[in-house]
Design a protein around this ligand. Structure first.
Ligand code: ADP
Length: 251
């Protein structure tokens, strides 16, 4: 392949959707649904909650996308579906070119491990492990050897500005530092898409700003999806998808 063909191929790779959903609906059964009773033709008397209804969207590499909407509008449900943690009731989700419903549980677990990073509001770090060991955890599941894991985790901590805090435990770090460790962990394995669900919800404005800058930088060579209520945080994104009552109201 000559240089111009390679450049054109790289360009077209960059513009392809890393994650998309087509006419996705997610209903939950109220009260867990025992399944022993029948509701005939599925009319309106079904005891279900429609968390998302007929949602279609595509997110491309290089995009920093905000996901907003009031509490209960379906943001978490959408993130769970797009990250392959949950399956739609109707419609399809395609992650890194693979239609999620066509995969076995094992294939889906591997795809998630390789292509998806998630950052949570409350960091979800293991308190007894050092920053480096927390970041290295997903690399254990990816089958990397001990020295490779140490090296990659150290590089990732360096990338989020915590090169000098490798051996510190979460309890010895501020909220903002812990969230940076969580961002480094989400990057382990170089995923195509990072989902951040209210990542600044526990942080003050300045500290939250550092995390948002970091997430914006990460979107240069992958996609980053930021679910947030905070309009100032959403202002930093390239595009905002607004949900209301389980539907896309603006994109
Ligand atoms: P958001 O993240 O925007 O607050 P969610 O996706 O959590 O919204 O919820 C959307 C709707 O789906 C809400 O009405 C919520 O109560 C309902 N819901 C979410 N998860 C479940 C569940 N596991 N079982 C039943 N209803 C659920």
């Amino acid at each position: 392949m000559d240089a111009s063909t390679r450049a054109a191929t790289e360009e077209s790779d960059r513009s392809e959707a890393v994650v998309e959903c087509d006419r996705v609906t997610r209903r939950y059964e109220r009260g867990g649904g025992g399944g022993w009773f029948s509701f005939g033709d599925g009319g309106d008397d079904r005891p279900t909650v429609t968390a998302l209804e007929d949602v279609s969207l595509a997110i491309e590499r290089g995009e920093f996308v905000g996901l907003s909407g009031p509490s209960g509008s379906g943001k978490s449900t959408l993130i769970h579906l797009l990250s392959g943690l949950d399956a739609p009731t109707e419609g399809t989700v395609t992650l890194a070119g693979e239609e999620v419903s066509s995969l076995s549980q094992k294939q889906l677990t591997r795809l998630r491990l390789e292509q998806v990073g998630i950052v949570f509001q409350r960091f979800h770090l293991l308190p007894s492990l050092s920053a480096r060991a927390n970041v290295a955890l997903p690399l254990v599941e990816r089958g990397l050897g001990k020295s490779e894991r140490r090296e990659e985790a150290a590089d990732l901590l360096e990338r989020v500005g915590l090169g000098d805090r490798q051996d510190h435990r979460p309890g010895e770090m501020s909220g903002g530092e812990q969230q940076r460790v969580a961002v480094a962990r989400a990057l382990a394995g170089d995923p195509l898409v990072v989902f951040a669900d209210e990542p600044t919800g526990e942080l003050d404005t300045d500290t939250g700003g550092v995390i948002l800058d970091l997430l914006g930088d990460l979107a240069e060579d992958r996609a980053v999806v930021l679910a947030s209520h905070d309009e100032q945080a959403l202002d930093r994104t390239d595009r905002v998808i607004r949900l209301r009552d389980g539907q896309v109201k603006d994109d």
